[in-house]
Design a protein around this ligand. Sequence first.
Ligand code: F6R
Length: 246
Amino acid sequence: MIKVIKVKDYDEISAKAFEVMHELISEKPDAVLGLATGSSPIGLYKLMIKDHKENGTSYKDVRTYNLDEYIGLDRNHPESYYSFMHRNLFDELDIPEENIHIPSNVGDIYENCDDYNRMLDEANIDLQILGIGSNGHIGFNEPGTSFDSVTHIVDLKESTIKDNARFFDNDISKVPTQAITMGISNVMSAKKILLVASGENKASAIQATVMGPVTENVPASVLQNHPDVIIIVDEEAAGSLWKQKR
Ligand code: F6R
C-alpha cells in the first residue's frame, strides 16, 4: 500500500523523511538501511548528519546497502556513488566502514552481482530509501526491467544519461553508460520503502507510480504491490495529484 505525503517544498520533504528515519533508528539502533544516491535524498542525509552531531544519535550498529553504482568510474572519481555516499553521508556519521555495502564495479562484475544478491538475501533491509527517475526508474531499473530482477548490469537509457549529465559538467559523453543495480525484487524485499521526489520533472512519473497501472513500463509502479510504502512529494512533483487530492 502506498501512502502519499504531500508537502510544500524540498526542505519539508527532507524533514518528513528524516522523521521516518529517526523513528526507525530510535526503535532499532541496529537497523538495516537501503540507501540511494542522487539529489533527492541529500536533504535527508544532511538532517541525519545534523542530528548525529547535535544530538549524538549513533549509527554505529547500522548496516547499509546502496542501490547502485556506475560501471567504468573509479571509486575515487568524485561522481562514483562510492564517493557520493562518503561525501554526503558516511564520512560524517559513525557507521563502521565494514557495515557499508555498495555494489562493486571492480573485477568480475557478474560475480559481484551474485555476491551482492547473496548479501541482500541475508540482509533483511528495514527501510529502503528511493528516488525516482523522470522515466519512473528506481535504482537503475529502467522501464522494461522485469519485476523479478535481482542485482544486475544495466545499459542506462538516454533519458537517464541526460538527467545525470548535470553531475558531469553537462557533458553527456562523460556520463557512464552502464551501471550495476539492485533489481526490483531486491527493492521489494525491504520491510518499508520511503521514496522522495521533488520538482515538476518528476510529476508524470509520480502520477504513473501512484495512479497508473502496475506495469514494467513504469518500474516504480511495482510499489503499489508492496505492503508499506511512503512517498513524500513536494507540490511540483505531486503535479495533478496535488490538485486532485489536496
Ligand atoms: C540513485 C538511484 C536513482 C535516483 C533517480 C533520481 O541511487 O538509484 O534511481 O534515485 O535517478 O535521481 P535524483 O534524486 O538525482 O533526481
